[in-house]
Design a protein. Structure first.
Length: 236
């Protein structure tokens, strides 16, 4: 993984009887776990909740790749996808045969979509994508059983015209289902979208310095659902 230093942390339920395995994939804004801030707090508390729910939880951190100068979102996305691919190939992840759930936020969620475009020997059973906007068709190659999109109702996306002027602003009730429809999946794969009222892009409430407990419960519940094969198609 040189020249970058990547720390991988695995949290195992004390009971020893796990119901699933989750890899948390951070956005493009957060770097080391110990740098603090709302997003780091989100991942820390989310990992704690998932482990308490009986799920092996894996976190990783790298140096932040916030753009300096003219770094494009396309380049940042490619960089995040490369890092995620390296981590998935690491023995800490690849050596286990148990089903794996990928849980990503924003640019991290997009890197998951990019990884799912490729065949893999990993047993990836599901993905939970937070704040993920997909603009192009994406074929999901692994036989995942479930993909869940989760958005904050206050998370608005602006689109510009050819002159670079803002021409349209839409909410997750528009771009959420549209993103889900961009995924080309197997017939048995369940794809759902869900919107949480009162929260924004990082699923944060206005002025909040820490994640909301109710929001964390929603994320954990979705992830736990992904640990089990779907019994019936879910509503879109």
């Amino acid at each position: 993984m040189n020249p970058e230093a990547i720390r991988i942390h695995e949290f195992v339920p004390i009971s020893g009887s796990e119901i699933g395995r989750v890899l948390i994939v951070p956005s493009g804004n957060v770097g080391p776990m110990d740098q603090g801030g709302f997003e780091s707090e989100l991942y820390e508390r989310l990992a704690g909740r998932l482990v308490s729910s009986g799920m092996i939880t894996v976190r990783f951190d790298v140096e932040s790749d916030r753009p300096r100068g003219g770094v494009s979102i396309t380049a940042r996305r490619a960089n995040r996808t490369r890092r995620l691919s390296e981590i998935l190939e690491h023995e800490a992840i690849a050596a286990r045969s148990s089903p794996l759930i990928l849980l990503g936020v924003s640019l991290g969620a997009l890197s998951i979509v990019d990884v799912l475009r490729r065949p893999t020997s990993l047993n990836i059973c599901a993905a939970v994508l937070l704040g993920c906007v997909i603009e192009e068709p994406s074929v999901v190659m692994p036989p995942v059983e479930r993909i869940d999109f989760l958005y904050g109702a206050r998370d608005l996306v602006g689109y510009c015209n050819s002159d670079g002027e803002l021409s349209e602003v839409v909410g997750p009730d528009t771009y959420g289902p549209r993103s889900a429809q961009q995924l080309i999946v197997r017939p048995r794969t369940v794809v759902t979208t869900r919107i949480i009222e009162g929260v924004g892009h990082m699923l944060a409430r206005p002025g909040a310095h820490a994640p909301d407990d109710d929001t964390l419960d929603v994320i954990v519940d979705l992830t736990k659902q992904s640990a089990f094969p779907p019994s019936a198609p879910a509503a879109q």
